[in-house]
Design a protein around this ligand. Sequence first.
Ligand code: GLN
Length: 502
Amino acid sequence: MSADLTRRTAAELAALLRDGDVSSVEVTRAHLDRTAAVDGAVHAFLHVNTDEALATAADVDARRAAGEELHALAGVPIAVKDIVVTQGQVTTAGSKILQGWVPPYDATVVTRLRAAGMPILGKTNLDEFAMGSSTEHSAYGNTHNPWDLDRIPGGSGGGSAAAVAAYEAPLAIGTDTGGSIRQPAAVTGTVGVKPTYGSVSRYGLIALASSLDQAGPVSRTVLDSALLHEVIGGHDPLDSTSLPGQARGYADAARDGDLAGVRVGIVRELGGEGYQEGVRARFEEAVALLEQAGAEVVEVSCPSFDYALAAYYLILPAECSSNLAKFDGMRFGLRVEPADGPATAERVMAATRGAGFGDEVKRRVILGTHALSAGYFDAYYGSAQKVRTLIQRDFAAAFDQADVLVSPTTPTTAFRLGEKLDDPLAMYLNDVATIPANLAGIPGMSLPAGLSDDGLPVGFQILAPAREDARLYRVGGALERLLEERWGGPILGRAPELEVAR
Ligand code: GLN
């Protein structure tokens, strides 16, 4: 039963718990045991919170036994990306500069998980401050893709995606600034959702780029992401950019999945040249399945998308150069005294940042500072903001013709560890199809569309207008069922078994 429990979806676990067939302690222990057995090879987790997770599970079991009315996901455990602060639990953002830092408060997302009674298994690995597409920029070692341990699990949230793909957690929280939920989902055969900007609180996310960041669900099924999205979403007075309203109707949309008359727009600029053949083939097959199921397929063009990557790599560095200025050796985490000479504030700052930040972080802070400097502001940051407006207009025009837009999530399947590490531009290109959604603030989902000829999973991206996240779940839920028929079961079921350490 114990091994079996890690193969269940969150929805199935919730039903077993509700019916009293298993306890949350059993479910949580099964996932902790699985983590102990495989995480030496996968390295999805930076910290495993065994005692706290089991204590939450025992509390939920006691409350259930006492007849208390509980949240639908009460007792279902979850992993959280280590850029989301957790009170009393080390949070590092994958950086040496925050080594050993214990936050004095919870992010709103975490407050909501706790209120729902979901045991937090631990914190997952990521690229330092969420900058990257492979998790290789973590200061704490690589995470390995459960499909092939020599390959990247995507990034920045490779730890959350790998934990879910390796059955170490049924659910995880990710954050997506340019694709860091969707791209890892694509290359690990899992489901990941970036919600509408402002619909999930950013309070307590260690900020990368505040106008782009959004937390969201990672899971093995569309329904599970919908259930988790309803837990974490909705207005939060602690976030000044939080939208009004509640997160409702996602699970119903995922279950319903009626495609009749739904207009699906293929984005011409997100596909074709530069996309691996197996990726294109799976994408086209999935579109054909949607069409057979009653959707109307149209082609749309978003010409400004060709400049999205360039605009993003000015806006993001600009914002992060300002957000990361708070890591000064005085307020949080690491403090390094200069090797010689007086320990002035400036020299402590320089020594701390020199030792505490990795190369990619330094690269972006320097780039961002330059882009914002007097004399260059208009040429770089100002132009990038104009491109951002054009991208928003392209989306608005496209959504006049289609209810959802679709594309491959990434140009290729998972690449080998080390393959792109020395080539920042090649690394950045992984996000060419995911970044436009962040620049426009609209929601996006990646779900597995099958396997490429290399035997690795391919991601299918669905985009919807702002605040229409339910459309992702309606179309995603339907497509998932069609693909399961086509592939004879869940795509992730085709991943090779990991060798289990005993
Ligand atoms: N890979 C992108 C980057 O490096 C996206 C990061 C993210 O979404 N956090 O910026």
